[in-house]
Design a protein around this ligand. Structure first.
Ligand code: UDP
Length: 404
């Protein structure tokens, strides 16, 4: 269900809502177009679904277009994604051609006239070449971890990125001396989304029962797309170590994004790795395509400890969601995670298998610490990572750039 901006006053106060309305007043009637490469799966789609109705409620005329592509195109963009996050991979000449051809076809079929155009991530970056003559502002919004990009791939992409009026990153750690006008905007969650609303004990229990996960032992949970950078295989190793000292269950809840051709093969590998232990639960079960938002919400709320063992990470909305639910979390210090998990205050950080296992054991034994971290995490999200702050940042940037 679409929400209205006033609905958020109970989380952030009337003053914040008035500030947002004030910023939007100067942008009344502004047309805003978002373009990305998938409408389901992953954090970008998650945020756009929530932000769009609020932009409209504030008087901006907002559209969202999704790129369509060929299998080779998505294989190319996934290779780019992996290389930009540090893998030693290259694009072939055929892949580069496909990337450019598919972008041209999409750009030609879409109506790109808008006062502000926000292009998300590398997949549609070449759209800038097809910018209509009419005066407009073009933003490149990067959601991925660019802390260790493959040099050749980044140079290839940079020739497009340089044409934008501004580039927006989720963390200052991703920005080097690129010669770009840059803004840092942290992502956000929506407390009124089904993914995050309060649930009753019965609702939580019903989801665990539906997926035949007994809550007879502590539940460790990682929610993430089945992707090598989310390291589900590493999570299984962590669980194996924890289980040596404390009997528990592991739930890996994931699914794929429509723009990820590697997802299927990778999930098969994870299932294989988990097959010998009935206390590891991989969701959704085979044959079901994805979990609903309420189901993810219930799994998060029903878990004792949440893990986010990413090797690379843009921001990790899954961490934000867990903190909002006052859950103790053990996560790696990559990408935007340390902005959310302040070690020892809002959660625990660890980069190794052994360290992650030992911190989980500590939390399982020290319930007071676990509860205190959870409460501090909730406050941290309320003050920094809710959708209202995100809207405010975007409105400020739009005002700034459109006035330039
Ligand atoms: N998510 C989901 N179902 C899944 C896996 C993930 O709804 O099976 C959601 C998750 O709750 C979060 C988003 O997708 O809202 C993932 O965002 P994040 O920033 O953590 O990672 P990304 O996938 O964008 O790298």
């Amino acid at each position: 269900m679409n929400t209205r901006i006033n609905d958020y006053a109970r989380f952030v106060g009337d003053e914040c809502i008035a500030r947002i309305r004030g910023l939007a007043k100067d942008l009344q009637g502004t047309t805003l177009l978002h373009v990305n490469s998938t409408s389901t799966g992953g954090g970008v789609a998650e945020m756009l679904h929530r932000l769009l109705p609020l932009f409209s409620d504030l008087g901006l005329k907002t559209r969202w277009e999704v790129l369509s592509g060929t299998p080779l195109f998505f294989q190319t963009t996934k290779t780019m994604h992996n290389a930009l996050q540090g893998k030693d991979l290259q694009l072939t000449a055929e892949m580069k051609r496909e990337y450019e051809v598919v972008n041209r076809r999409n750009a030609e079929r879409m109506d790109l006239t808008a006062d502000v155009v926000m292009i998300h991530d590398p997949q549609p970056a070449p759209f800038i070449v097809y910018r209509p003559k009419k005066k407009s502002s073009w933003f490149w919004r990067c959601h991925i971890d660019l802390s260790h990009p493959n040099f050749d791939l980044w140079q290839f992409l940079l020739k497009y990125v340089k044409l934008y009026d501004i580039s927006i990153f989720s963390s200052h750690k991703f920005v080097s001396d690129f010669g770009l006008l840059v803004a840092i905007v942290a992502p956000s969650i929506d407390p009124l989304a089904e993914k995050n609303i309060d649930l009753t004990r019965e609702q939580i229990e019903a989801v665990y029962t539906r997926y035949e996960i007994p809550r007879d032992k502590p539940i460790l949970l990682q929610v993430s797309r089945f992707d090598i950078f989310k390291d589900p295989l590493g999570v299984i190793e962590v669980y194996n170590r924890v289980k040596e000292q404390c009997d528990c269950r592991l739930v890996l809840a994931g699914g794929g994004a429509t723009d990820d051709p590697e997802g299927e093969a990778f999930i098969a590998q994870v299932r294989e790795q988990a097959s010998c232990d009935p206390q590891i639960h991989i969701l959704p079960p085979q044959g079901q395509t994805q979990l609903t938002d309420v189901e993810i919400n219930a799994l998060q709320r029903g878990a004792e400890i949440i893990i986010q063992k990413s090797l690379r990470e843009g921001f990790a909305l899954t961490v934000t969601e867990a903190l909002w639910k006052k859950k103790p979390i053990v996560a790696t210090a990559v990408g935007g995670i340390p902005r959310q998990v302040i070690d020892g205050k809002t959660g625990l950080l660890s980069d190794s298998i052994a360290g992650t296992a030992s911190k989980i054991l500590r939390l399982l034994h020290d319930r007071k610490l676990a509860a205190d971290l959870g409460i501090a995490g909730y406050n941290h999200v309320r003050d920094n990572f809710l959708i209202t702050r995100h809207l405010e940042d975007y409105l400020r940037l739009m005002t700034l750039i459109t006035r330039r």
